[in-house]
Design a protein around this ligand. Sequence first.
Ligand SMILES: [Zn+2]
Length: 497
Amino acid sequence: MKKRKYAQKLFSWYLFILLSAFLNLAIGAQETAESDKDLLVSPLLVKKYDLEFRVDIKQGKVFTEGYLNVANIGNNETEELPIILYKDLKVDAIKCQNGNDLEFNQNVVSFPDEPENEVNYILVKLNESISPGTERKFYIRYNGNIDESHNTDGYVRDSINPEFTYIRTETTAYPMVCYPNYKNRRQTFEHFWTGHPFDYRVKIILPKEYVAANIGRLIEKTETKEGVQYIYENILGAWRIDIMVAQYACLNDPESQIKMFFFPEDSEIAEKAFRFQQKAYRIYTQWFGPINDTPTGFTIIQTPGWDGGQSDVTGVIQSGRIDVRAFPGYAHEIAHFWGPNTPEKYRWINEGQASYLQYRLLKEMGDEKGLEEGMLRRRKAFIDYIDKYPEARGLTLNNYVERGEGKHDHIMNYHKGAWLYYLLDIIVGEDTFNRIISFLYNDFKGSLVTNEDFINQVEKVSGKRLSKFWQDWIYSSKSTEFLLDDLSLEEMAKKYL
Ligand SMILES: [Zn+2]
């Protein structure tokens, strides 16, 4: 998972992985080898995690115990509870609800369909099978170290250490209920789409000088004789858990419920970045309406910079030093809160949108040239790329993933996609444009938007038939020629007005 899914996405230092992008890649990867059929897939999934992490930073170890609520969503009963964990995390107890110990085996194994991925595989034999449609609660206790710091080619270098500790999905630092194969592990994320997100409550116990950060709601922070203890709960249904531990400083605006954890060495610029992101959130909300019925705000968490970054609707994980040059990138990530989810092959709908809005926002904030200059940089990057890879010239937004096998997706998603939105904004006018984004987001919550959905939605909301526009920008490579030909924005827009 780490190498295959993540490394390829680290295009630039501000370009983070959106929740949907991650899941869509997973969905896109469905056509794998035939041996896929022989891989075991458990009908069980986790409904709720209630875990306590005692982090021993000096020794680089974590001691975890807590509960998993597990549900059977399949059609058959099962007598097996398969769990995977980081290879050096060893389970010393699993109990059923009444407190009785359960028998289990554990072994370090590699995924048959992704051999570089090694995990500790724990197989629990249940005394009583779990029937379809029912739920069961299990207790688990495990400990060990996490250390991927030797991993130089992948971006996952998570470990438990005094500078920065990361406990998260990529290293399987918390138990995942699945068999040890890529197919089943992928499915644990896809449950999010099929209406089975999970809830979590995590307690993190640390030495006093450390802070635990999470994108959930802080329920409690208490000093104990051991150190300090944080309790977080997810705000919206989750598909992953991220716990960061460092000597963080924190900014908090209770009114907007926006919060930021950052490294003290970035204190000066952090305040500016915080204000910028608050403002970005406010403007997007004015444009497109609130993201959720109940406003949740969001949490920004800074990480050292090798970790990839993430974003979902209640948080943004920002990699690397805070820098004014990264502000448009921050605006991009926040724009993603309103982004529709798409299958991998239509990811331009999502990335193009954020890639355009990040500059539209700059203009709104008073940087008159911000939009034009940002979009010209995208155009130039697009042209330079086509010069270098002429085979990408004929690709369209309807076939770029298949034809280029995803190789050219960067320029199509981020540059051409953004230019499509740029033009659309002019063609339909700002207010209608804002309504289109809002409807796309709200009408497709929990489902995936295709090119056809996008077109229908734009035409429905704007009341305009735009066949020629779609033909040039989605179904043919004519738009590539326009961008290469130095046609101005106005000249292009005129074709469709
Ligand atoms: Zn993005």
